[in-house]
Design a protein around this ligand. Structure first.
Ligand code: GDD
Ligand code: MN
Length: 359
């Protein structure tokens, strides 16, 4: 190993990982056999003296380096490691052996295809092992929120296991906010480059404990909002709303033709005009709003869109029922609130289900 010029620098953030760090170093070093590398342990002055164990290792093994910080924070630790890294590639892996280091060579190979490669639990062949249901739901929700609000189309944007080309990181590093846990999400959002994913099975932590508390979930949502507010409304939602507005006009027009000229009773005319508007909205969204996301057959998209609108009607029904009958809202106000919720619900289902791009 030539340590002055490693291909890859693997950053290992640690806080109280004394029982794991030696094993982690052995495993990563073995996995990278034949690839020039350095491993930088970034410890936040752990009370269990993880830094001391790592420092002892660095005396014996020249591929180990240690940064001991007097501050706390996972993303900040990763950034500190990146700033000291000598490799062309920057990698991150947890110290607690939950990430499968054996996929590192494959991740490095994939860097030729995409400048960011993520070890992913949510692609074919990946998994989360015996996670409790609530953690599965949280993780899934967080992923969907990222996809929807930030337009980050990676199946596992929360991962703490990834490789990024140094030049890509250099380009975005001024914009990356080192608060919180989700450094990858920050990089993905700002870099806006191709991403590849390599599946692995997330292992159970054997020693030490997780630092991911429910506070982290709140921080995550704050992070998403902060990222989003630099560019307030997603383009898709704007187009979707314009289409929706055109739908109201179409509905009115069709209603007039149906009830006035064709003499169809008004209640039925209401249903017919809605259907006409659903149809024109579908066409416009299909050729304009989600033009680049037409992956499923046309009839599937249309059937799903009909179902989406039906869900919207049900939502509106209950919103009006509750707000008017229980909270005594003005009916027009209730209908207005219903419309706003329906727009959001329809948009979410449209984007993630009707015109979905992944899996
Ligand atoms: N230096 C430093 N400072 N390291 C930290 C800190 C900190 O404040 N907090 C946690 N770490 C280290 C841990 O020692 C471990 O090596 C790694 O960061 C991940 O921390 P865990 O506490 O094991 O996190 P987790 O397993 O619950 O969460 C994992 O999954 C999340 C997605 O669900 C991590 O991979 C997260 O990065 C990931 O977002
Ligand atoms: Mn962990």
């Amino acid at each position: 190993m030539i340590m002055n010029n490693p291909l890859i620098s693997i950053i290992v953030p640690t806080y109280n990982e004394a029982q794991n760090i030696n094993e982690l170093l052995n495993r990563v070093h073995a996995a990278l056999n034949g690839i020039e590398h350095e491993i930088i342990v970034v410890d936040d002055d752990s009370p269990d003296k993880t830094w001391e164990i790592a420092e002892n290792r660095s005396k014996a093994d020249s591929w180990v380096r240690v940064i001991r910080r007097k501050d706390r924070g996972l993303s900040k630790a990763v950034v500190a490691g990146f700033n000291e890294a000598k490799g062309e590639l920057l990698g991150v892996i947890d110290a607690d052996l939950q990430h499968d280091e054996r996929i590192l060579p494959e991740m490095i190979k994939k860097i030729e295809v995409a400048p960011i490669v993520v070890g992913s639990r949510y692609v074919e062949g990946g998994g989360v092992g015996d996670w409790k249901l609530d953690r599965k739901i949280k993780s899934w929700l967080a992923t969907k929120v990222a996809a929807l609000i930030l337009n980050v189309s990676v199946n596992d944007p929360m991962a703490g296991f990834f490789i990024v080309k140094k030049d890509v990181y250099q380009r975005v590093k001024e914009k990356v906010n080192p608060q919180g846990f989700k450094i990858l999400l920050e990089i993905l959002y700002h870099a806006n480059v191709a991403v590849a994913e390599v599946p692995y099975q997330f292992r159970t932590r054997l020693a030490g404990e997780s630092k991911l508390s429910s506070k982290v979930v709140i921080e995550y949502f704050k992070q998403v909002i902060r990222l989003r507010s630099t560019n307030p409304v997603p383009e898709g939602l704007i187009k979707y709303s314009i289409v929706g507005g055109s739908g109201v006009l179409v509905d009115m027009l069709a209603f007039g033709i149906s009830s006035h000229f064709l003499k169809i009773p008004v209640a039925f005319s209401g249903i017919i005009s809605s259907q006409v508007a659903i149809f024109t909205n579908f066409i416009l969204n299909d050729v304009w709003t989600f033009e680049s996301q037409r992956e499923q057959p046309l009839y599937v998209r249309f059937a799903k869109y009909e179902a989406t609108c039906f869900i919207g009607i049900i939502i509106k029904f209950f919103v009006i029922l509750l707000t008017v009958n229980i909270f005594r809202f003005n009916p027009y106000l209730a209908n207005g609130i219903g419309i706003i919720l329906v727009v959001f619900s329809n948009f979410i289902f449209s984007k993630l289900w009707v015109w979905k791009t992944q899996k």
